[in-house]
Design a protein around this ligand. Structure first.
Ligand SMILES: NC(=O)c1ccc[n+]([C@@H]2O[C@H](COP(=O)([O-])OP(=O)(O)OC[C@H]3O[C@@H](n4cnc5c(N)ncnc54)[C@H](O)[C@@H]3O)[C@@H](O)[C@H]2O)c1
Length: 439
């Protein structure tokens, strides 16, 4: 594969891009798969995006993106050039050169649910040909590529790896909403089940990203992703616990974190919040602890403790709001509470595992009239019972007995929040003033 110059990621193929003949299949067109598919199309590959969700495929075919990091114009440009097509039919990937698997890896009853990977593998196997490369990107426990994916591909195709086809694992590091670190400029960890597979995987990603980092085995690459996520999970839990203690000690945890952050070595700042959401932190570390327990019979205590602390945060936030209302001679039952942000993090509309939803549910169950401002909400995302969406306005702020900042979107004017509200409980440290209490 020859080198290529990529001038822009927002137009589907600048004139300097070499048109390639290879076909890339991307199985799963979600937060991870769609940006990958776009990137591959933009560097000149012919890309087929497969998804089992017919509604999603219909939208993609119509040039309507549901992934915030992929503007619809970018999708439409790739469609117009014929560089990208979406389908529910695995038959459309027949003869593929490289197949990327980016399907969900959820938990079921606390255990990894690999059924999406397994279903995808069976379907891919029937279209596998000698000389092709298959790469798993879904986050999963060490051993999945070799123990789960490999036998399904081999049995379903009658081919063997590495003799007939190549197989690898490359964890996605996509950070939705992060404009600075995008797919193409974030180093990508790559691996293969043998040296030739690694070479095939690496040379493919070298066309997509500025820097690849090879590791010695697919298990190490799988562990790398879980290490990254567990590291954040544990450190966020540590500062969350500190936030709970600090107030009682008469210290300001936010100021302490900022001050410690001035140390040029040996410290990395993490900030407290209402809990953790998305996929990476509430779910992925459980893949590691499950596998550690299953394979070597050891309980991973750091992950368990981080889960416990981070999952307790929504309840702690509700307790603090109740206390704040109580100090103002108001009971939570019957009070009007305005939540700012329902997404699990800033500047995105992703509600998956969002602790804000948990806070909303608890306050509603306690009898509060809960309203929420979520500028990124999509019509298809269900809200907890009793919670209604409202726009951001001075009137809503002034009418609320308590305003709770949960996702600190940049579009909120925090000066107005502090000035117009009678009582603000700010879990993100964005507001200041006499009406404001911080986590
Ligand atoms: N979202 C992130 O920020 C992020 C970051 C890094 C890694 N990951 C990992 O990447 C993987 C995918 O996550 P996501 O956020 O893109 O999920 P997602 O739910 O946004 O998208 C997954 C897509 O796969 C489709 N799908 C499910 N089973 C399928 C099958 N058998 N064949 C074809 N399509 C199928 C679904 O319909 C869905 O559209 C997960 O393992 C996740 O942990 C996600």
């Amino acid at each position: 594969m020859g080198a290529v110059t990529v001038n822009s990621v927002h137009t589907a193929q600048p004139s300097s891009v070499v048109q390639r003949t290879e076909m890339i299949a991307v199985v799963g067109q979600g937060y991870v798969g769609l940006p990958l598919a776009m990137r591959a199309a933009e560097v000149g590959y012919r890309v087929v995006g497969i998804d089992v969700d017919a509604q999603r495929v219909k939208k993609l075919e119509a040039g309507q993106s549901y992934v915030a990091d992929v503007p619809s114009e970018r999708l439409q440009a790739a469609l117009d050039l014929g560089a990208y097509s979406a389908s529910t039919d695995y038959g459309d990937i027949a003869g593929f050169d490289v197949c990327l698997i980016t399907v969900p890896t959820p938990l079921r009853d606390g255990a990894p649910d690999l059924s999406c990977i397994e279903d995808a593998a069976r379907a891919i196997a029937t279209h596998l040909r000698p000389g092709a490369t298959v790469i798993l990107e879904s986050t999963t426990y060490p051993g999945t590529t070799e123990e789960v994916l490999r036998p399904l591909l081999e049995d379903g195709s009658g081919l063997r790896t590495p003799e007939d086809f190549w197989l690898g694992y490359s964890p996605e590091r996509i950070d939705p909403g992060n404009a600075d670190w995008r797919l193409e400029n974030t180093p990508k960890v790559v691996s293969g089940i043998d040296p030739t597979s690694l070479e095939a995987v690496r040379s493919f990603y070298d066309q997509l990203v500025s820097h690849t980092v090879a590791v010695g085995s697919t298990r190490t690459a799988e562990l790398t992703k879980l290490l990254e996520n567990t590291f954040r999970h544990v450190n966020i839990a540590m500062v969350n616990e500190l936030a709970i203690f600090a107030g009682e000690l008469g210290a300001d945890v936010w100021e302490a974190i900022a001050a410690a952050g001035t140390k040029p070595f040996g410290f990395m700042p993490f900030t407290p919040g209402p809990g953790v959401g998305g996929h990476c932190l509430p779910i992925d570390p459980a893949y590691l602890s499950w596998q550690v327990k299953r394979k070597i019979g050891i309980q991973s205590r750091f992950i368990d403790l981080a889960d416990e602390v981070n999952h307790s945060m929504p309840r702690y936030v509700v307790q603090r709001v109740m206390r704040g209302l109580n100090e103002r001679r108001t009971s939570v039952n019957g009070s009007r509470v305005l939540l700012l942000g329902l997404a699990y993090k800033r500047n995105v509309g992703d509600f998956r595992e969002s602790p804000a939803l948990e806070v909303a549910r608890m306050l509603s169950a306690l009898g509060a009239e809960v309203r929420a401002v979520e500028p990124y909400a999509q019509a298809t995302q269900p809200l907890p019972d009793g919670v209604s969406l409202v726009g951001f306005s001075r009137r809503e702020l002034a009418a609320a007995d308590a305003v709770v900042v949960l996702s600190d979107h940049d579009v909120f004017d925090y000066g107005i929040v502090a000035a117009e509200s009678r009582y603000v409980f700010d879990t993100r440290h964005r507001c200041s003033g006499p009406s404001v209490e911080t986590l």
